[in-house]
Write a protein that binds this ligand. Sequence first.
Ligand code: IMP
Ligand code: MG
Length: 167
Amino acid sequence: MISSAQIARRVRRLGRQISEVYADIDTPLVMVVILKGATVFAADLLRSLSIPAELEFVRASSYPTGTSSNGRLRLAHMVEGPLVSRHVLLVEDIIDSGVTVNAVAKRIRKLGASSVRLAALLDRPARRQVEVKIDFTGFVIPDRFVIGYGLDYAGLYRELPHIYSLT
Ligand code: IMP
Ligand code: MG
């Protein structure tokens, strides 16, 4: 669906755009990466920035009862450093229903960040359940499940350099 060359070009442009938006902040940007799928994107995005940035990770997972569809999510790992008065860029692989990023953003805002923006490699609007404002979007994709470049199916295929739709 999307080749590694296309991804690389797009990520470089996102990095430039993000660096411009945050050019005047007086503390390093805090990239908060949502595990696990966004790690590959985040690693490339980080190296496309021309501004200082710190890295934090959060792990969101559905409640054991499998209620992610009704919007309930548990954060299995939270950021380590204080975020008070910091500028936060959430980094996610794909926004589908919007439930995951919505839950994470809510929690991050409570920690007193000066600003919270969102960078998503992929936006699949077809199945959105909650409204999400994506500040930096890589690609808008049709309603197909995708794998590769960090995105998995049952834990597999993250190592693929291109993005494929799973048929
Ligand atoms: P949402 O909470 O419905 O927006 O789902 C977003 C999360 O589900 C992301 O963090 C992904 O890890 C995962 N996800 C959603 N769609 C896909 C896909 O097509 N491939 C791989 N992971 C996906
Ligand atoms: Mg994920």
